[in-house]
Structure formats: structure tokens, C-alpha cells
Design a protein around this ligand. Structure first.
Ligand code: NDP
Length: 242
């Protein structure tokens, strides 16, 4: 990672993304914080306008992503590191009873969203011959659990995209990495269970989940390796998760 790099974090308004913003700032980076909830983004900036730029963005909307990134002030370009973190799980039932709208939300955010942002940022990185894309996958991309067919499929797709992307940019000097978290205590479960706090909290029963900062530590460590080193894929589990 160069000195004072510009880092774009998607899904910066909570959880892992927000922790990544703080971790990169602590290392002297300037961070473009993207998400839909503008109030959260403003709160994140909190007097740090020189080092955090809030960028409202729905990663599912290709034109929204394109125009938001095209409108970046000159001093916030080029983007040195992209953390593709925006994502969600939705629905809790089997496919035969699930709401198809939930499939769309997951596919559109976790897969198309990642592609939409990468498609805007990668050309500049390849042209400059430097840059780093770090995709947030999941242990769910490596296995399937009951009621998780579609979410697991989206994260398996992230893994394929990461590997394909690495081949696509081979020889350009651009680095492509992936971090697969196990269970992290964030708003993820609350979103998955549509605001049902009891169901969301039950997920963490019997184990100590990871903190968002545990993942942010790994992300910044990966970004900080020398330019000839690519940490391809890291799986991070809480000690109690099998
Ligand atoms: P959170 O719900 O806390 O954060 C998700 C973030 O994604 C929010 O900032 C949200 O912002 C953003 N987001 C969702 N949809 C969109 C969209 N359409 N456009 C832009 N931003 C969007 O969950 P986590 O921090 O846990 O999740 C971050 C990533 O980590 C996800 O990809 C998730 O799949 C992955 N992960 C999480 C695990 C966990 O146990 N928590 C385990 C493994 C992987 P906003 O709503 O403001 O747009």
C-alpha cells in the first residue's frame, strides 16, 4: 500500500465496512465511504472531512455507481484500494417457500453490486499498473447451511469472481484478494431476519463471534503487504465456530 492511499470501502455505514474505514484511517489512508444510508455516512465523517469522503451509493444500481465514482473530486482519485464489502443475507426459509425478492436482493447486492463497482474501478488500476481489490466473501461461499442456498451461492460466486479477476489482471501489477469471515457480530443478522432481534441474537448463542475490527485488521494487513505479494484468500473464524 502506498503512503496515504485512497481507499474505497463499500458498505461503509456499519459492521465490517465501517471497521475497515477506521482501520485504514488509522494507517494514514484517506477513505471514500460508500453506502445507502447517508445519515450513517455523515456520522462516520464527524469532522474528518479531509480524510473521509461520504459517497451515497446503491451498489445494485450500475448507473448510480458509475455517476457517483465519475463525480469524485480530483483529489480523491485515483483509488488505490477497493474493498468490495457491501452485502447481505435475506430470508430464512427453504427455496420452496422463500420470497423471490430476497433472492434478488442477495444476487443484486452480493454479486452484481461487486461487479458494478469493480467494473468502474479496475480499468484505472490496470491502466496505472497498480491497485488492490479486496473482496469480502464468506465461509458461506465454501459450504451450504439449511436455508442458505442462495446466500451461499452468492458468496461462492464472489470466490469465482475473485479468482477470475486475478487472472484477468495478471501481469498488470494489480492485486486481487479475498477475505472470508466466519460469524461476525454486526447488523448482518438483523438484516437477515428482517429486524427480528430475538432471531438475530440467537445466531450468536454459544459462541463468541468475531468483532468487525478483527476482519478490518486482516483487510488492512493484506493491503499492507509489499507490492509483489498477493494474499489470495483468507478464512477467519471465531474460535468457537466449527
Ligand atoms: P452489516 O449489515 O453490518 O453491513 C452491511 C453493509 O452493506 C452496510 O453498510 C450496508 O449499508 C451495505 N449495503 C447493503 N446493501 C447495499 C447496497 N445495495 N448498496 C450499498 N451498500 C449496501 O453486515 P456486515 O458488516 O456483517 O457485512 C459486510 C459483508 O461481510 C457482507 O458482504 C457480508 O455478506 C459479509 N459477511 C458477514 C458475516 C457476518 O457474520 N456478519 C460473515 C461472512 C461474511 P446501507 O444499508 O447503508 O446501504
Amino acid at each position: 500500500m502506498s503512503d496515504n492511499p485512497v481507499v474505497l470501502v463499500t458498505g461503509a455505514s456499519s459492521g465490517i465496512g465501517r471497521a475497515c474505514v477506521e482501520a485504514f484511517l488509522a494507517q494514514g489512508a484517506r477513505v471514500i465511504a460508500a453506502a445507502r444510508r447517508t445519515d450513517r455516512l455523515e456520522e462516520l465523517v464527524a469532522g474528518r472531512e479531509e480524510s473521509v469522503l461520504p459517497v451515497p451509493m446503491d451498489v445494485r444500481d450500475r448507473e448510480d455507481v458509475r455517476s457517483a465514482l465519475a463525480a469524485l473530486p480530483a483529489e480523491w482519485a485515483p483509488i488505490d484500494v477497493l474493498v468490495n464489502n457491501a452485502g447481505l443475507a435475506a430470508g430464512r426459509g427453504p427455496i420452496q417457500t422463500d420470497d423471490p425478492d430476497d433472492w434478488d436482493r442477495m444476487l443484486d447486492t452480493n454479486v452484481r453490486g461487486l461487479l458494478n463497482v469493480s467494473g468502474c474501478v479496475l480499468p484505472g488500476m490496470v491502466e496505472r499498473g497498480s491497485g488492490h481489490v479486496i473482496n469480502i466473501g464468506s465461509n458461506a461461499g465454501r459450504e451450504v447451511y439449511p436455508g442458505g442456498a442462495v446466500y451461499c451461492a452468492t458468496k461462492a460466486a464472489v470466490e469465482r469472481i475473485t479468482r477470475g479477476m486475478r487472472m484477468d489482471v495478471l501481469g498488470s501489477g494489480v492485486r486481487i484478494s479475498q477475505v472470508d469471515p466466519g460469524m461476525v457480530e454486526t447488523e448482518f443478522s438483523l438484516v437477515r431476519f428482517d429486524g427480528d432481534e430475538a432471531a438475530a441474537n440467537a445466531v450468536y448463542e454459544g459462541l463468541t463471534p468475531l468483532r468487525p475490527s478483527d476482519i478490518a485488521d486482516v483487510v488492512t494487513w493484506i493491503a499492507g503487504r509489499p507490492p509483489h505479494v498477493v494474499i489470495a484468500d483468507v478464512l477467519v473464524y471465531p474460535v468457537d465456530q466449527a
